[in-house]
Each structure stands twice: as C-alpha cells, then as structure tokens.
Design a protein around this ligand. Structure first.
Ligand SMILES: Cc1cc2nc3c(=O)[nH]c(=O)nc-3n(C[C@H](O)[C@H](O)[C@H](O)COP(=O)(O)OP(=O)(O)OC[C@H]3O[C@@H](n4cnc5c(N)ncnc54)[C@H](O)[C@@H]3O)c2cc1C
Length: 387
C-alpha cells in the first residue's frame, strides 16, 4: 500500500492532484506520440494514493464519487488531472468509472477483492466501445468464454483490470473484469492513428479465447445500461474536458502577458468570454454534484428522467464551453502561438478528439424531449424535488 494511502482525505486528494497536474503538464509534450503511455504519470498517481480515490471508506479509500457529499471533490479531482494532461485524465476517468461500477453492482466479495487490487496499484478501465466484431460471452462448463474485440480501449497494455462488457447468448449485456495478467489477448496499436490523445493508448484489443470465472462477472445482465447511473456518469468526462479548457485559458493569459498585450480591448474581450465560459462550466459541475450526491445517498432518485436530462445538459454545455474556449484562445494567440513549444496546438488536438463522446445528438435530443414532454414550469423542471 502506498505511503499515507489509508489516511487520504478529500482535501488531501485534491492537493495531491493539483501537484500531479503540474507535473503532468510539464511532461505532456514528451509523451505526445503514438505508442506512448503516461507511465510516470500513473506512477505519481499511484504513489499519491489516488488510485484508491473512489473506494468507499469501508474499503480503505476516501469514497470520492461513491459516498454522498463527495461528488464535487471527485469532479474537481478529475478536472485537475485533465488540466495536466487529457490523455492521463481519460485513462484515470476509466479507472474511477470501473471502481464505481464494481461498488454499485458488484458483490461484497468482489468489492473487497478489487479494492485490494486498487490498493496494490492495479489500474482499472472500462472498455465498452466496439465495432461489428464486438465481444460475445459464451457460458462453457461453468466458466465464460469471450469472443470478439473492443475498440478505443484506453490504456491497452497498461490497464490490468479492464471492465470488458459483452453480449450473452440471450442478448443481455454483461460486465466482466478481465485479469490481464492471467489471460492472453491480442492488442493492435496500429489501430490508433490519431492527431490527438496519442498517449492514451486507445487500441483495439481482441479477447477471443479468454475464459473467465463466474466471480469475474459484475452485476446482472443489463446493469451497465441501467439509468440513471449510465448517463449520470457523463459528468465525469465533462469534468476532465473542462480541465483542458482551464489549461488553455491559463496558458493564453501567460502568453498575452508575455507579449505585453493585456491592454488590448479585443484580447480583453476574448479573455473575458473564455473566462465566462470556463466559469459557467464550473457552475455546471457544481449543479451536477449535489444531484449525484443525492443519488448516492438514497440509492435512487425521484425522477430518473430529470436526472438523466440534467446530466445530458451538463455534458452538452461543457462541450460548448470547450469548443468556445478553443476558438477564442486560438484567435488570441494566433499562428505564432500555435507553434511548438507552446502548448496550445497539443491541448487543442487532444481536446478536439476527447470532446467526441458517445451520442452527442441523442444527449441534446433527450434534454429537448424532457422539456417538451413535461408540463411543469421550466423553473421547476430541475428543482431539488426531482432528484
Ligand atoms: C481518446 C478516446 C478514448 C476513448 N476511450 C474509450 C475507452 O477506454 N473505453 C470505451 O468504451 N470507449 C472509449 N472511447 C470511445 C468513446 O466513449 C465513444 O464511444 C466514441 O468516442 C464515440 O465515437 P464517435 O464519435 O465515432 O461516435 P458515433 O456514435 O459514431 O457518433 C458520431 C456522430 O454520429 C451521431 N450518431 C450516432 N448514432 C447515430 C445514428 N444511429 N444515426 C445518425 N447519427 C448518429 C452522433 O450523435 C455523432 O454526431 C474513447 C474515445 C476517445 C476519443
């Protein structure tokens, strides 16, 4: 167990994340290449005890995102890591997601077992995305055989406990944890030919032939897609994305200060718009957190549809914040600012790709549907009573 892990507090976790974010930012250009992975960064994260951040206190963690009252801290933690390096943020968010899912749907025995792995610095992830040859799960003699592949499997080759979801013969969608140190898979890095997020190692991984024990299946079929938990989770990636927008704004301010351009009214206007955008993103996270806390406290919510629509508003609004900040900062620093070693083009490439999350149109349509189907005044649609 890393030193001090058992005493990790929420404020301690945030302070450590801020320090790690600075170190990540300093190293980000060096690992901005295909085939790279933020190995040092995850060593720092592990050393700081942050791989245990989402573990419930009964499992030896501070319970970020798994205990009521801690969601804002989790979102701020994710934002910090995203501010340092989006590729690190992407992989770290997957680690948090997997441990949250295990603690929501896993048995007590599974929670204990995988918490011990997290304490021993094993990295988790969630690999759900797939192409036409996706993962199928076949029960065979009391075990489960996997056939098929995942795409966009972030941290492939480094994540030791990925949650790999697949379809059962009856059509049910089943969560599984694959112990990568025990099985053989085929990892295809050539699949990941990208302009941004190079160091996230989001490869194609073929699991054909892997056999799992029954205790490696998490929850019941369909649990992964259960609402409001599935869509409620989008606030995590939105927090990571917002971290990159903050990094862009900080760097743009440094750049303009360095060039002595702070008195120019156009630059002031752009920085004002970017600052307003970033702060509105922070307000969205602050709006989301107490609602997620309520779900953690009560195990359900009064109006799951309202909760889902709210989470969809958060991700849609923060996507727009990020796109606005990207455009404003690019115009402010101009072509010269977009040359290396300035960080703008790298963060811009990473953010442009990482903003592409599942089903953005459906997320927006869901908000519109919710507004149109209800007859309560709009001011009451998102009131505390709904959550
Ligand atoms: C850097 C990075 C790392 C990732 N890591 C992981 C990971 O570790 N694990 C994981 O599971 N996934 C991962 N993903 C995948 C991610 O979660 C999304 O699934 C993926 O980015 C969505 O891909 P897409 O934009 O091509 O989606 P699409 O669904 O193809 O959407 C593209 C566009 O089409 C629209 N659209 C969608 N469906 C339809 C339809 N039926 N008809 C018409 N239009 C439609 C969408 O609204 C959107 O506008 C990662 C993605 C990135 C970029």
């Amino acid at each position: 167990m890393p030193d001090g892990l058992h005493t990790l507090t929420i404020s301690g976790a945030l302070a450590r994340a801020a320090t790690i974010a600075e170190r990540c930012a300093r190293n980000a250009a060096a690992i901005d290449q295909e085939g790279a992975f933020p190995v040092d960064e995850f060593a720092w994260i592990a050393e700081a005890g942050l791989l245990a951040a989402p573990l419930h206190r009964t499992l030896g963690g501070p319970g970020l995102g798994t205990e009521a009252g801690s969601t804002l801290a989790l979102l701020l933690l994710l934002k910090q890591i995203g501010r340092g390096n989006l590729a690190v943020g992407r992989v770290y968010e997957g680690h948090i997601n997997a441990l949250q899912l295990i603690q929501t749907f896993g048995t007590a025995q599974q929670q204990t077992m995988y918490a011990a792995d997290a304490h021993h610095c094993k990295l988790f992830g969630v690999w759900n995305t797939e192409a036409a040859d996706g993962v199928k799960i076949f029960p065979v003699n009391g075990r489960y055989r996997l056939e098929g592949a995942k795409t966009f499997a972030s941290g492939a080759g480094y994540v030791e406990r990925p949650m790999v979801n697949g379809v059962l013969p009856d059509g049910g969608w089943q969560m599984c944890i694959v112990p990568m140190d025990r099985v053989q898979v085929e990892i295809d890095p050539s699949w990941w030919q990208v302009s941004g997020m190079r160091a996230s190692a989001s490869y194609r991984v073929d699991f054909s032939g892997v056999e799992l024990e029954p205790e490696e299946l998490i929850g019941a079929p369909g649990d992964y897609y259960r609402q409001p938990w599935l869509t409620g989770g989008v606030i995590r990636f939105a927090a990571v994305q917002l971290g990159a927008a903050e990094a862009l704004l900080d760097a743009a301010r440094d750049y303009l200060q360095g060039r002595g351009w702070t008195g120019d009214p156009y630059q002031r206007a752009r920085m004002a718009e970017a600052a307003i955008a970033v702060e509105s993103g922070n307000l969205w996270l602050r709006g989301a957190a107490p609602r997620a806390d309520r779900l953690l406290l009560e195990g359900d919510c009064v109006d799951p549809q309202a909760y889902v629509a709210y989470a969809n508003m958060v991700r849609t609004a923060i996507e727009k914040v990020c796109l606005d900040v990207l455009g404003l900062v690019e115009r402010s620093v101009g072509a010269r600012g977009l040359l290396k070693p300035h960080p703008f083009e790298r963060i811009g490439r990473d953010l442009t790709l990482y903003l592409r999350q599942p089903a953005p149109d459906a997320a927006l349509a869901d908000v519109g549907r919710h507004v149109l189907e209800r007859t309560t005044p709009v001011s009451a649609l998102w009131s505390d009573d709904n959550f």
